[in-house]
Every structure is written in C-alpha cells, then in structure tokens.
Design a protein around this ligand. Structure first.
Ligand SMILES: Nc1nc2c(ncn2[C@@H]2O[C@H](COP(=O)(O)OP(=O)(O)OP(=O)(O)O)[C@@H](O)[C@H]2O)c(=O)[nH]1
Length: 216
C-alpha cells in the first residue's frame, strides 16, 4: 500500500461545484471520504503498474494556512507527493517553492515528487506557461528539473493526464522501494516453498509405497 499526497496550492475555496475536489470528477472509481473539517480528504484506489496491482492511499491536504499544522503531519508518512498549482493562477505557482521547502523539511527522505499544473482546460485564462520565453511563462520545466521532478499538466474536467500522473508517481515509488519489494517477494516465495514441502512430508503414504512395504 502506498501513500500519495497531493500537496495543494492555496485553497481556492470557492462556491461549491460538481467538481470541487481536485481529480475526483475526472477519475472514475475514486472513492472520496470528505474530511474537510480536518483539512484533509482521503481516497483509496487500486491501480495496475507493470502487471502489479497496487493499492494506493491518497491524502488530499488543504492549502490553507490555518490547516498547516495538521496537514504537515501527513507529510511524514507520504511516499509520493504531487505539488499542484493552477495554471490560471500565477500566485498558486509562486507558492510551489514554499511547498517544496515544506516537503524537504517534513517528508521522509527519498519521497517521490511530481509537479502538476492543474486546470489545463482553462487555456484562455493561462497565467503560467510551460516553457521559458512563453508569454507570461514561468520556468516551470526548469523548476521541475532542478528538483528532479516529473511534470504534467492535468485537468480534472477533461481527465487530461490524471491516470498518467498517478501511474507515474506510483511507478516512481515502487522503483524507490524495489529492494524492500524484492525482499518481500523472496520471503513470500520461500514461505510458499516451505509450506509445499511440509504438505508433501505430511502426506500419508500412497498405495505404491504400501505395497512396497509388503514386498520387503
Ligand atoms: N476548470 C477547472 N476547474 C477545476 C479543476 N480542478 C478543480 N477545479 C475547480 O477549482 C476550484 C477549487 O477546487 P478544489 O478541489 O477545492 O481545489 P483545492 O486546491 O483542492 O483546494 P483545497 O483542497 O481547498 O486547497 C473548484 O471550483 C473546482 O471546481 C480543473 O481541472 N479545471
């Protein structure tokens, strides 16, 4: 089971709408247990990566300052983190640096991070470009590269790159924990072999052996 944590930009708590929760509308099958009063939402999802079924826990932390003490507690157990900004809000992008330093401070070493520019469907409102030199563009790709993060633009409305970004983060977490996983697999197959052996040894002797006894 993996814990993935979307570390969200300043909470844009606006009028309620059908797709209020990031990714919940676009990603069919996500089960959302809303815990807004704690500043954290929780979802579970099973996805398949390289033929392995992985059950992931998704903790969606609020961006608001007043929830910071609570939300930071969740960083400690995260194995993967999405740093999310809104492409139509330069301010939300500027907050990414703060999230990066919080993650460095509170998340475990080796936590996997992906940078997400959400609301990619809002092209006409874009304030944050993908590439250097683009009109109103910021150095998004450069930032991602500097911190060793993959980068995706996503949309909860059109489903753009939702599955891809979750699959990629899960892949990165699995790769980072490859040794532990291999150890688990070896232990599991050893136990299986031992159980088979014990079962074999415990079997009552068959008719061939019985008749053999008679020949002696
Ligand atoms: N157009 C568009 N709107 C979106 C998208 N994702 C979220 N929204 C809208 O953005 C607003 C804020 O969404 P939230 O999910 O509350 O944002 P958030 O960053 O999770 O907020 P907190 O968890 O409170 O920090 C809502 O009105 C959503 O409907 C998207 O991909 N495209």
């Amino acid at each position: 089971m993996l814990s993935l944590l979307p570390c969200l930009h300043e909470k844009l708590r606006r009028a309620q709408s059908s797709h209020k929760h990031l990714w919940s509308k676009g990603s069919k099958g996500f089960y959302l247990l809303s815990c807004d009063h704690f500043g954290v939402d929780f979802k579970m999802k099973t996805i398949e990566v390289d033929g392995i079924k992985v059950r992931i826990q998704i903790w969606d932390t609020a961006g608001q300052e007043r929830y910071q003490t609570i939300t930071k507690q969740y960083y400690r157990r995260a194995q993967g983190i999405f740093l999310v900004y809104d492409i139509s809000s330069e301010r939300s992008y500027q907050h990414i640096m703060k999230w990066v330093s919080d993650v460095d401070e509170y998340a475990p070493e080796g936590v996997q991070k992906i940078l997400i520019g959400n609301k990619a469907d809002e092209e006409q409102k874009r304030q944050v470009g993908r590439e250097q030199g683009q009109q109103k563009g910021r150095l998004v790709l450069q930032l991602a590269r500097e911190y060793g993060m993959d980068f995706y633009e996503t949309s909860a409305c059109t489903n753009l790159n939702i599955k891809e970004s979750f699959t990629r983060l899960t892949e990165l977490v699995l790769q980072a924990h490859r040794k532990e996983l291999d150890g688990l697999r070896v232990r599991a197959s050893n136990q299986l072999a031992l159980a088979e052996l014990e079962e074999e040894e415990g079997k009552p002797e068959g008719p061939v052996n019985s008749s053999k006894t008679c020949w002696c």
